[in-house]
Design a protein around this ligand. Structure first.
Ligand SMILES: [Zn+2]
Length: 410
């Protein structure tokens, strides 16, 4: 007589509701259930990392990816199905849905957006650890900067053919950007000066991967994340982490080794830690600029406030040098290449004599000519942390009203 298993969410809740790994002496169910892990990238590595986090029963997960599922993803993405590619669904949303199917006790939220301009720094700040599952250099540099600003360790994974590696990066210890070769660094600088190209690069950053390499490397990444979640056990000497070390796996002639990997140059621009963040509950990315400046002035008790647009600038005007014709995009700089491409006239003028001139704002203060625009319209993501310059120096303020948009932090 076959035994009919009850696979209802209630039953699964019971499975992960108790101590799931009673035989592991280090495994602390409360820490794991309360942990907040951010997974950036829902491709081959991201799929595998999310699967392992779900099996461990990690309580709160944020998954970030701006891309949609394509047929080519299906050979190495355990969480995606052919129907998802038929419909061109978003990777992050589908991955979140499948994680809930595997383990309904996991509170997972998807963010379908760019990692630097679509995800506020408040999200990073509230994560215990960030897992980087990216396939482009530029995206890794941006993630490194954001994690440093938020003071979070990020576990970077990379795969290529039958090999892969894992490293942990931490502000004050070792830096992804500092580990780049001179050639890679020059490439990054050129790309960072043109956000449109950066996005294209993120879209097309395809490397040869296999489902096996992704499984192995993402598994090591999750194991590292579990060590950071079990901070006391790790500090007590039960584990050594890969912060400042690199784990390298070679599959063609099987070998795995770990060696020291610390690069930290004093003149690197990535080394910023945004301390003493002031949480302002009245502030949201939907707050108009004028109101925002006033609230910050009052709250910080200062006379002058200038918001520094650190991740994306704002463009109000594009002028053709050949005939002085004006266009008013009113968009973040990263959206300008798409804006130009969408207009036949602009596209033509961009190639004409003298090309185009754009008027760009790097800071927002009282002189900003569009005080009624919201922060979001200028390109600031929800739940972001603003770097502001005051007469007393730099200060950091969080758009804390936006916390309500993130169920995992409530
Ligand atoms: Zn650096």
């Amino acid at each position: 007589m076959p035994v009919i298993m009850d696979s209802s969410p209630g039953r699964q809740n019971e499975i992960w509701g108790k101590d799931v790994f009673p035989l592991l002496s280090w495994f602390k169910i409360d820490k794991v259930k309360n942990a907040k892990v951010m997974v950036v990238g829902a491709g081959a590595l991201g799929n595998e990392a999310l699967k392992n986090l779900a099996l461990f029963g990690v309580g709160n997960i944020i998954v970030v990816d701006f891309d949609q599922i394509e047929y080519s993803n299906l050979t190495r993405s355990i969480l995606f199905r052919p129907e998802d590619a038929d419909k061109g669904l978003y990777k992050a949303e589908v991955a979140a849905k499948r994680v809930r199917e595997i383990n309904p006790t996991v509170n997972i939220q998807a963010i379908c957006g760019d990692l630097s301009t679509g995800v506020g720094l408040g999200v990073y700040r509230r994560a215990d650890v960030v897992i980087g599952c990216l396939d482009s250099l530029i995206a890794r540099v941006l993630l490194n900067r954001q994690c440093f600003r938020a003071g979070k360790i990020w576990i970077e994974g990379g795969i290529g053919d039958l090999e892969g590696q894992v490293t942990g990066y931490q502000y004050g210890k070792n830096c992804y950007e500092c580990s780049l070769s001179e050639e890679e660094e020059a490439d990054i600088k050129a790309r960072l000066s043109c956000p449109g190209i950066a996005r294209e690069n993120e879209k097309s950053g395809r490397v040869a991967t296999t489902p096996v390499s992704a499984s192995i490397i993402a598994a090591i990444q999750v194991q590292e994340a579990m060590k950071i979640i079990h901070r006391e056990e790790t500090e007590g000497g039960a584990f050594t982490t890969l912060v400042g070390d690199i784990f390298h796996y070679e599959g063609a002639h099987p070998n795995a080794s770990t060696f020291e990997f610390t690069s930290y140059h004093p003149d690197c621009l990535s080394h910023e830690y945004w301390e003493n963040v002031v949480e302002i509950r009245e502030l949201s990315a939907d707050t108009p600029v004028s109101e925002c400046l006033e609230i910050i002035r009052e709250r910080l008790n200062v006379k002058t406030v200038e918001i520094n647009l650190r991740n994306d600038k704002f463009v109000d005007k594009i002028v053709s040098r050949s005939d002085n014709k004006k266009f008013l995009p009113m968009l973040p700089e990263s959206k300008i290449p798409d804006y130009i491409e969408a207009s036949e006239e602009l596209y033509y003028l961009s190639a004409a004599d003298g090309g185009l001139y754009q008027n760009t704002f790097e800071n927002i203060d009282e002189e900003f000519p569009y005080p009624d625009l919201t922060l979001h319209q200028i390109g600031i993501p929800y739940f972001d942390i603003l770097q502001v310059t005051t007469e007393k120096g730099y200060a950091y303020v969080e758009l804390s009203k936006d916390k309500e948009r993130y169920s995992i932090f409530l």
